[in-house]
Design a protein around this ligand. Sequence first.
Ligand code: 15L
Length: 278
Amino acid sequence: MTETPAKPVLLTGASGALGRVLVKSLGALGWRMVLTDIVPFRDAVPDGATFVQADLVDGVTMLRLAEGCGAIVHLGGVSVERPFEEVIGPNIRGLYHIYEAARREKARVIFASSNHSVGFHERGESLPADTAFLPDGYYGLSKAYGELMGRMYWFKHGVESVNVRIGSATAEPVNARMLASWLSYPDFSRLIERAVMAPKVGHAVIWGASANSRMTWWRDDARAALGWTPVDSADPFAGQLAGKVSGDPVEERYMGGAYCSIEYTRNEPAPVWGEGDV
Ligand code: 15L
């Protein structure tokens, strides 16, 4: 039996695709978990876990659910590009409730950030974890704000966070972009496990991608401090996916892919970040 966390872990977004992956993998390790989501949880709830259907916007319930927890794995909220008014409640107000709960419980937050917080960086760049945020929409903007909220709670209250900028976490890669951005479910599960179990993390940023040889976009994060090394790779899919591109120049230019072209209204190409007057 591997080591388990000393206190239960609150997992938000438990009913989503990645939540269900974690419930299974962490449940199999014998972790005690409090699961929550705005929609019902339809899989079997593992021994040692309970599920409570709740809205992140309900701060009192979030405080109650976090009681006695040592870590909050926060996957909940809007997880795709949506209009501003839909994003603001779950991803900003809801996140504030999570950080307040973490402050009260002296719990660590594992925040599901996203590559879309830096999505308008060009694919030819190689970004360190402290690169400038360059969100590609309201969703990516909420993730950048979320990382900054964690930074504020770390400096002001000593609340630790691991901000995982997830690339594309799916069962298999499905297009050429994902030959770089893909994060396998097993690599994701091991990453979250290490993010909870690592003795000290401070305010850490991790690029959430597997060991893909095309993953030249992101570098220099806190994985060594966590003891996480991805082992899977999208490389075996290169033959079938290398030509699977959209033909949309905006989508193919930037790391954020299709999210960059949603409601895009520029007529001339944007300058490259950091070169010239941006
Ligand atoms: C994300 O942040 C989304 O949650 C997911 O649905 C994918 O779009 C992923 O990014 C991606 O960029 O592939």
